[in-house]
Design a binder for this molecule. Structure first.
Ligand code: U2P
Length: 248
């Protein structure tokens, strides 16, 4: 009898626990990555060379909760704003994979992208993520999905060449099973160019899913894949390069 009571109590307890865990109140996620080369050209045709230790790669923009009707929640909680101390172990990786895009504008205009993404989108997904897991999940997908390599393997390279929009979508679809959304912008000559990928994830950000909704993101049937911004050496790197030349 005592055993039955204990088992019943445990079942009841687990039911209460699972019902108090809130389910996501949005439908899916966009995981958005931008191409730094598309930011340079679209400004004044210039591109400040970066001294940042960024990889020549797509950069994370953010993980955005979405509704299937094409709207999205934003800035949901003023009481839990960005706190960098909660993600200190992730910073060095984030600096390489999630660079501020103002670095590549003319003139450089750094705001704080991480802070903005948490305050705008992260605060709306607290049924699924806390500070740390929000940022970590972005980095996890970056590790899992190498967009640039996928494109390069299909001969689609950042060389200022033009490639079919469907060709680009299909390259990604071949690997994740679903076509991404693509956002374009224009270079100074008015050419449409690859700016951002929208990869759709389920509302727990566990799996890739078919995009329930992809907004029209103003591309053409052929789009330019601009070069990656050139790297400028830092003062210490330049000095060490000079000293190695003078000693040889
Ligand atoms: O389009 C302007 C900014 O609104 C946010 N956005 C846009 C489309 C969409 O489907 N979902 C969404 O969240 C983005 O916010 P950001 O983080 O850049 O401020 C988008 O850039």
């Amino acid at each position: 009898m005592r055993g039955i009571i204990i088992v019943s109590f445990l079942i009841l307890q687990s039911l209460v626990a699972s019902s108090s865990q809130s389910a996501p109140d949005f439908n899916f996620f966009y995981w958005v990555n931008y191409w730094p080369g598309a930011i340079c050209d679209s400004q004044k045709g210039c591109c400040p060379p970066t001294i940042r230790d960024t990889a020549s790669d797509f950069m994370i923009h953010g993980l955005w909760p979405q509704f299937i009707n094409g709207t999205w929640p934003a800035f949901c909680d003023q009481t839990n704003l960005f706190d960098i101390s909660k993600i200190s172990d992730l910073i060095s990786k984030m600096e390489r994979k999630w660079a501020e895009w103002g670095v590549w504008t003319c003139p450089s205009n750094e705001t704080n992208l991480w802070e903005h993404e948490w305050n705008k989108h992260g605060t709306c997904v607290q049924s699924v993520f806390d500070h740390h897991s929000y940022f970590q999940t972005n980095l996890k997908f970056k590790q899992k999905l190498n967009l640039l390599n996928i494109l390069k393997q299909k001969g689609i390279k950042p060389n200022d060449g033009f490639y079919g929009l469907d060709e680009i979508k299909n390259a990604i679809k071949c690997v994740i099973g679903f076509a991404p959304g693509i956002e374009c912008n224009e270079d100074v000559k008015g050419n449409k160019q690859l700016f951002q990928f929208y990869i759709c994830l389920d509302n727990y950000a566990k799996e890739f899913v078919e995009c329930p909704y992809v907004p029209d993101k103003s591309c053409a049937s052929k789009i330019k894949f601009p070069k990656f911004p050139k790297k400028r050496f830092s003062l210490s790197e330049s000095l060490s390069a000079m000293s190695s030349v003078s000693t040889t």
